[in-house]
Ligand binder design. Sequence first.
Ligand SMILES: Nc1ncnc2c1ncn2[C@@H]1O[C@H](COP(=O)(O)OP(=O)(O)O)[C@@H](O)[C@H]1O
Ligand SMILES: [Mg+2]
Length: 238
Amino acid sequence: MTRILDVVGLEGGYGTVQILYGVDLHVNEAEFVTIIGPNGCGKSTFLKVLFGLATHYGGSVFHAGEEVSGWRTDRLVERGISYVPQVDNVFPSLSVYENLQMGGIKLPTNVLNSRIDRAFDMFPGISQRKNDLAASLSGGERQMLAISRALISDPTFLLLDEPTAALSPIFQQQIISGIESLRDDGISILLVEQNARLSLARSDRGYIFVSGKIVHTGDAKEMLDNPKIGEYFLGFQE
Ligand SMILES: Nc1ncnc2c1ncn2[C@@H]1O[C@H](COP(=O)(O)OP(=O)(O)O)[C@@H](O)[C@H]1O
Ligand SMILES: [Mg+2]
């Protein structure tokens, strides 16, 4: 099986502040992998290091078999990697349509328009709001817009940081179902989630981070049924 992502002994952080200590993690092609763990344990930092937005100190990152450790974000996007940040993931003062255009400013107009249409097909709710300012969207619509924007570059590998945080259960289900359908279309998914049960129920495998290290990994369904993992859930759910 081809690994879209293979991380070996990753050390990383911000400037001189080390947050990640020897992380080993992989994502197979068209696999849906979830990272869970308590607040402040380095989940967002891990995604940022992978996407060239935080400092890579050591260890290796391979994408589709090629080492990309420490690469700049624009080169990672060219390779087919995209990222939905946890916060500030839309431009509030631009319309929904303009936000999507910003996701593909280098694309020819016909390509850009067909990708925007595809995004609207995936999340019809934001299609109806296309001329409204992103600031006027609900939390759920905003996440749908952020995911749609990340898809405009036509990625084969998508990193998502807590896309269901602070949403109503209906929006949470819509977002997770949308992510699952992306995986079914062949896009590999690495998701960070606070809603551990919700995301593990739809994932192939999971990882638990604590204090910048992986403390457990396994099949997602087995993790859900594992009473020891339940102890972790209780610590940071709801
Ligand atoms: N820009 C930054 N500079 C320095 N430290 C940061 C920065 N962003 C986050 N941190 C610290 O990194 C640690 C891990 O944060 P984060 O990766 O956001 O955790 P999580 O996503 O698991 O909640 C926290 O102690 C946080 O305070
Ligand atoms: Mg985070």
